[in-house]
Every structure is written in structure tokens, then in C-alpha cells.
Design a protein around this ligand. Sequence first.
Ligand SMILES: Cc1cc2nc3c(=O)[nH]c(=O)nc-3n(C[C@H](O)[C@H](O)[C@H](O)COP(=O)(O)OP(=O)(O)OC[C@H]3O[C@@H](n4cnc5c(N)ncnc54)[C@H](O)[C@@H]3O)c2cc1C
Length: 509
Amino acid sequence: MEKKGISRRDFIKGAAAGAVGVATIGVLGACSSTSTTDIKFDKESDVVIVGGGGAGVAAALQAANDGAAVLILEKAGVAGGTTNYSGGVMQAAGTDIQKSYTTFKDDTPEKHFQLWSKAGEGTVDDELVKDLAYGAPDHIKWLTDIGLKFTSVYGHCHIPYVDQSLFADRIHVYEGGGAGGGGTILVTAMLDAATKKGAVIEYETEVTKLLTNAAGEVIGVTAKQGGKDVNIKAKKGVILAAAGIDQNKEMAKELSPQQYWDLTSQMCLCAVTDTGDGIRMAMEIGAAVGGFGGTIDFCGKTGAATDNRVPLFPSFIVNKAGRRFVCEDATYAYHYRAIFQQSKQLDGPTYMIFGQSSIADGKAPWTTESVAKDITDKVVIKADTIEELAKLISVDPENLAATLATWNSETSSKKDDQFGRITGLVPISGPFYAYKNVSFNLGAIGGVKINVDAQALKPNGEAIPRLYASGMNAAGWIGPYYPGSGTAIIGLIHWGRKAGQNAAKLKSV
Ligand SMILES: Cc1cc2nc3c(=O)[nH]c(=O)nc-3n(C[C@H](O)[C@H](O)[C@H](O)COP(=O)(O)OP(=O)(O)OC[C@H]3O[C@@H](n4cnc5c(N)ncnc54)[C@H](O)[C@@H]3O)c2cc1C
């Protein structure tokens, strides 16, 4: 699969061209001068969707429901992208389902918005976040109408600086969802409903370029299909739904140090076809991009802090100096951002430290048997004393012993004055274990800037006519770290539906 990088210089060139309204510009040597009359189209549809993953099929269903002819172009041989691998869980506040499965009877989209906004650390577009929070309950109903049956609702783990009153159990789980792979049910339900309404999907079709007319409107795409370049006209609009820069090392190096770290030394679980193509193509015609830097990272070994029903077992995380640095039971991507930063700042790995006492109560992610196997496999390191363990993992023994002493003294009175941890506050005794943290990456944050109509924007805030972006291809609605499970899926449905609805409304060119 071809991967294309983009340099900061090219980006600035692209952004500047967008600001002065140049119809098409060339970056990466893909310069094209196009007008409607120049282009010979091989086929056409009202709405052309780039990517048949979660956002793409949501957009397709909405546009088809609204009466548009829809063509989805999918690079892979199957629909679904990373959404297939997901658990398909999604957040919404104030739904009847939330009321019936949880104690949160008075939750509101406003509280949901406030939480996401605060977690955005001032870097999100509050208008987008509010629109998403207020739109979310209707998406649950929309999916129920196409056959999904929601069977439980839970919450995500806390964030130390976000007021606890803003949290609620909002993560909706449908039958068959909740674990990796459950996302296929969501994709299949939306795609089947869309194709019943006449939407068409073409596989092994890689969109490579957006086509614009002299007025700067996006009027189609070029795609590689069966070894040939084909031009496809979009009479109403083009929707970008090709995800983030997840598997693109070059773009990650330029735009997202944490994604780059994940791709070069950790583990990325995203679809291999998600190489930031939608972002690159939009940049080539002068779209504004932003929101890069954050990732959806978590501990794939322990699943730490992914679910508020599961307290973190007695354990703490230390850096190369042997010191704690983060609230370990804060939502996963929050504490993984800190793990990334410490690994870089101190140029060495971080470790999860626990003891025989941590395993003994039966709620740890390890049993006596599984920890023994991990020791044999060198995934976990064991020592009788904390000083010995420190030596084995090349961490300062005095610091690590002091960290353990502070942990044991504070937790004996059930508190964590240093980092505000709330679960697993139990003293730890030996023998001691260390697990080297490995980041499991579920996607990169950042993409094409959009407005509340899901229109792609130029750097001056004007919309690029007839171009929409959705799902993880779009930016501004998630902040510098992933706030908790279910944000991406509800977001891709929201921005997919918005894009589909607004593109379907346009008059044909
Ligand atoms: C294991 C795992 C579990 C997860 N669980 C959850 C969860 O339960 N809840 C949650 O909210 N989030 C979850 N996430 C994150 C979430 O799944 C993703 O962020 C989300 O699915 C991305 O959706 P998308 O529509 O933006 O992209 P995708 O679903 O990846 O779709 C993008 C599509 O575009 C196609 N494409 C790319 N380039 C081109 C091109 N040039 N031309 C044509 N097609 C192209 C790709 O092949 C792909 O099919 C999980 C992620 C993983 C990996």
C-alpha cells in the first residue's frame, strides 16, 4: 500500500494556498489544474464517500435515507476499517437506555459536553463538542431503529482535574459488542441498511486525489481501481471518512510524536489501510488541519482504567528514576500520555510494579499461574526485594524503595495525596514484580478541521465547497488525549450522519 508523507513546509504551502482560495494546489508533486471541462469522468454519483469504515457507512446510510445516490469507495477488500476491530461501544447522555440500565436518571448532554470540553484542555472546538454531546442520544435511537439492541451501559474512569459531578455511566453496549471485533455488528447493520436504500460500495478502490472545479468546489475524486486511475464525479459532494494518520509513520513523525512512538516502538492495532490519505488529500487542496498529538493508547496487557466497574489492582507505575508520575487509575489514554512523556523525557521505559499481595486477592490481571508464565517469557520480572527488582530493571534502588514506602504508608490510610488515585489503594508486599509498559494504540487523534455541518474548512475558517470530513478523518472534536471508551464511535456516527445529511441536501453540479 502506498504511503505518502507530507512535510511541515508543504503543509504551510497548502494552508497558504487555501487561505487565498486557490482551487487546486500541488503538494507531494501531485499538482493538478482542473476545471469541470478538463476532466473526463468515468462514473458518477450524488455523494461519493472516501472510506467504507464506521464514519463512511454512517454517512452513506444518512445520505441514502435522505434520497441521495451514494457511492462508497473502499481501499480494502472489506468494509469496516478500524471500526471492525472495535468493541463498538459508544457514549451518550440522557437516553432511556442509560436510565434503565444505570443509576444515572438525570444525566444530560450538557454535562457530557462539559466533561469532554474540560478533558479537551482548551484545545477542542467547543461548538463541535457541544453539537456531538447534544446529538448523541438521537444516534442511539437511530441505531436501535436499524436493529441494534443495547443491553448495558457503563462508565469510563476518572480524570483527576475533571469534576466528578460531570461523570456518569454513558457507554452504551449493544448485543454482541463490548469486546474487540464487536464493531463488525455495527458496520454490518449500517452498511446493510444503506445498501437496501440503494447505496453502492466498491472495494479495493483507493482514492488518491480530490478533484475541484475553477470555483474551488470539490466535484469528484480520482481513484485507483483494477490497476487504473478512474475519475468519479460527485454531483453533490465528497465525504472524507478515511480515518486518521494511524499507520502512516512519515505523517506521524511530522504531526504526532506519540503516534510516531507507537508506530516505531509500541503496538498499533488500527487497520493497515488507515494511512491518513483523507487528511493528505484535503491538505493538497488547501484544507486546514489540526488537533494532532493525541492518541488512543492503553495497556493491552491489563486493560487498566478502561472501565469504571473494574478497580485497578494494587500496583503503581514508575519511571526510569523509580518514581511515580501519574494517577494510574485515571482513564487509560490520560495515563498513557504521561507514560509516553516520561519514556521520552528520561529516555527509558516505565514499569508497573506490584507484589505477591496484589495477586493474592484474585482481582489482579495476573494469577499465580499466569505471572509464572510471564516470568518464563520475560514479560514480567520478579525479585524477592524491591531493591533487587530495581537493579533487574535498571531503576534507582533507593528511589524505588522510597516510592514503595510512600505507597504503603499512604495507602494504609486509603489515600493518594500525590496523584489522586481512587482505586487499589492497598499496601503492597513482596515478592515484587515489574511489567514493562507497552502502549497499544487504537488510533491517532487529529485531522481535517470541520464546522458543525461537517464541512471541511480552509485556514481562514471558510468552508471548502462540497467537501465534508467525518470520523477520525476530522479534527476539533477530541482533545490532546482520548477521554474514554465510546467517544470515537459516537463521534464517527455523528460526523458521518451530519456529513451525509448536508451533502445530500446540496444542488447537483
Ligand atoms: C481494538 C480496538 C478497539 C476499539 N474499541 C472502541 C470502542 O469500543 N469504542 C470506541 O468509541 N472506539 C473504539 N476504538 C477506536 C475506534 O474504533 C476508531 O477510532 C474508529 O473506529 C475509527 O473510525 P473511522 O470511521 O474514522 O475509521 P475506520 O473505521 O478505520 O474507516 C476508515 C476506512 O477508510 C478506508 N480508507 C483509508 N484510506 C482510503 C483511501 N485512500 N481510499 C478509500 N478508502 C480508504 C480504510 O480502509 C477504512 O475502511 C477501538 C479501536 C481499536 C483498534
